[in-house]
Design a protein around this ligand. Structure first.
Ligand code: NAD
Ligand code: DAO
Ligand code: ZN
Ligand code: ZN
Length: 369
C-alpha cells in the first residue's frame, strides 16, 4: 500500500515527506495506522548522525499510538481495531532477558531491529523499489507502519492518541527510571539534570514516589516553571552557581542526592550527576544517550566510597505489561501529560518540530495524522 511518511535520507538533512510503499504484515506481524507520534530528542540524535547505530534512508519515530488495521498469520495477542502503542523495547515474555527479573531488554528481535529490519531480515518500507530502513523497530513518522506482535502494547480505547503517544517513550522512560530502575523511596532527595521531555517525567515520577527534595538542574531558565508544576522543589541553573556545581548540590541535598538522574546526554553532566550523590549510598542513573565515541569518567574512589552508577532504557519498563498501566494512570489523573505537549502539528510540518526542539522552545511536539 502507499503511505505518507517523513523519510530521513541523509544525516543532517531535513526529513522529506513522501509517498512510500509499505508491504503488509507477515507472520507474527501487525499493520498499525499511526494516529499520533511524538518527536523525541533521540530521533534528532539519530538524524544528526551522532548515533552509531543510525542507518539511512530510514523512517524515524518511536513515540506513537495507533490502531491495528491488519494482522499476519499466527498473531494472537492483538486483533484488528485494537488500540496500541508501538514498543521500541519489545516484550516477548520468552527470551532469557524477559525471564530475568533484573532487565527489560528483551533480545528476541534485537539483531534485526538494530539493522533497521523486521525479524525476517527484510524491510516492509520501500520507495520506487529501493529499501528504506525501519527505525527502532517502530518507524512512527508514517501514517501506517508494520511491527512485530511482541512490539505493541494493547491499550484502552478511550485514551487520546495525541496524548498517550508520549507514553511510547518520554513518559515511561522518565517515570520508569524513578520507579523501576532506581526504586526511589519516600523521603529521598533527588537531583534531575535536564528538564526536557524526559527530565520532567523524572520529576513527576519522583513526586509520585514521595521524594522529599526534588532538585532540577538546567542551563535553560525557561524550563523552571513547568518543572515546578510537575513537582520540582528547587531549581539550579549551573550558569548562576558561584564556584563548583557539585559541592553546591551536595549542600542543597544535605550531604548528597539519594538518587540522581542524567536526562541531558552530556558526559560531563553525567559525571556531576554521579559525584553529587551521597557518599555511602547515592545512586546515579544515566538516561541520556551520548554521542558516538563519547565516554564517561570519574575517580574510582567515588564508587569505592559507596556511590553507584547505573543506566536505564525505556525506564526499565516491560512494554506490553507496564505501558497499559501507565495509560491507566494518565486516564485516572494520577499523572499528567497534557502540559508537556507544547506543540501539535501535521506531518508536513515535522521539520519545524525538530527546529523547536533545537531552539529549546518545545517540550514535546506531537504530530497528528
Ligand atoms: P530535551 O532536549 O527535551 O531535554 C534536554 C534538556 O537538557 C534541555 O532542557 C536542556 O536545556 C538541558 N541541558 C542541556 N545541556 C545541559 C547541561 N549542561 N546542564 C543541564 N541541563 C542541560 O531532550 P529529552 O527528549 O528530554 O531527552 C533527554 C536525553 O534522554 C537525550 O539524550 C535522549 O536521547 C535520551 N533518551 C533516553 C532514553 C532511554 O531510554 N535511556 C529514552 C528517551 C530519550
Ligand atoms: O541492546 O538490547 C539492546 C537494546 C538497547 C536499546 C535501548 C534503547 C534505549 C535508549 C535509546 C533511547 C530511546 C529513545
Ligand atoms: Zn524517545
Ligand atoms: Zn524477550
Amino acid at each position: 500500500m502507499d503511505v505518507r511518511a517523513a523519510v530521513a535520507y541523509k544525516a543532517g538533512d531535513p526529513l522529506v515527506i513522501e509517498t512510500v510503499q509499505l508491504d503488509g504484515p507477515r507472520d507474527g506481524e501487525v499493520l498499525v495506522e499511526i494516529m499520533a507520534t511524538g518527536v523525541c530528542h533521540t530521533d534528532a540524535f539519530t538524524l544528526s548522525g551522532d548515533d552509531p547505530e543510525g542507518l539511512f534512508p530510514a523512517i524515524l519515530g518511536h513515540e506513537g499510538a495507533g490502531i491495528v488495521r491488519a494482522v499476519g498469520k499466527g498473531v494472537t495477542s492483538v486483533k484488528e481495531g485494537d488500540h496500541v502503542i508501538p514498543l521500541y523495547t519489545p516484550e516477548c515474555r520468552e527470551c532469557d532477558y524477559c525471564l530475568h527479573p533484573k532487565t527489560n531488554l528483551c533480545q528476541a528481535i534485537r539483531e534485526t531491529q538494530g539493522q533497521g529490519l523486521m525479524p525476517d531480515g527484510t524491510s516492509r518500507f520501500s520507495i520506487n523499489g529501493e529499501k528504506i530502513h525501519h527505525y527502532m523497530g517502530t518507524s512512527t513518522f508514517s501514517n501506517f507502519t508494520v511491527l512485530p506482535e511482541i512490539a505493541v502494547a494493547k491499550i484502552r480505547e478511550d485514551a487520546p492518541f495525541d496524548k498517550v503517544c508520549y507514553i511510547g517513550c518520554g513518559v515511561t522512560t522518565g517515570i520508569g527510571a524513578v520507579i523501576h530502575t532506581a526504586g526511589v523511596e519516600i523521603g529521598s532527595n533527588v537531583v534531575v539534570f535536564g528538564l526536557g521531555g524526559i527530565g520532567l517525567n523524572v520529576i513527576q515520577g519522583a513526586r509520585l514516589a514521595g521524594a522529599n527534595k526534588i532538585v532540577g538542574v538546567d542551563i535553560n531558565p525557561n524550563k523552571r516553571a513547568l518543572a515546578e508544576a510537575y513537582g520540582m522543589t528547587h531549581f539550579v541553573n549551573p550558569k548562576e552557581v558561584e564556584g563548583d556545581l557539585v559541592p553546591y548540590l551536595v549542600s542543597l541535598t544535605d550531604g548528597g542526592a539519594d538518587y540522581s538522574f542524567d536526562a541531558t546526554g552530556n558526559v560531563n553532566v553525567m559525571r556531576d550527576a554521579l559525584e553529587c550523590c551521597h557518599k555511602g549510598w547515592g545512586e546515579s542513573i544515566i538516561i541520556g544517550v551520548a554521542g558516538a565515541g563519547q565516554e564517561i569518567s570519574t575517580r574510582p574512589f567515588q564508587l569505592v566510597t559507596g556511590r553507584s552508577w547505573r543506566g536505564t532504557a525505556f525506564g526499565g519498563a516491560r512494554g506490553r505489561t507496564d505501558v497499559p498501566k501507565i495509560v491507566d494512570w494518565y486516564m485516572d489523573g494520577k499523572i499528567d501529560i497534557d502540559q508537556m505537549i507544547t506543540h501539535v502539528m501535521p506531518l508536513d510540518e515535522i521539520n519545524n518540530a525538530f527546529d523547536l526542539m533545537h531552539e529549546g522552545k518545545s517540550i514535546r511536539s506531537v504530530i497528528t495524522f
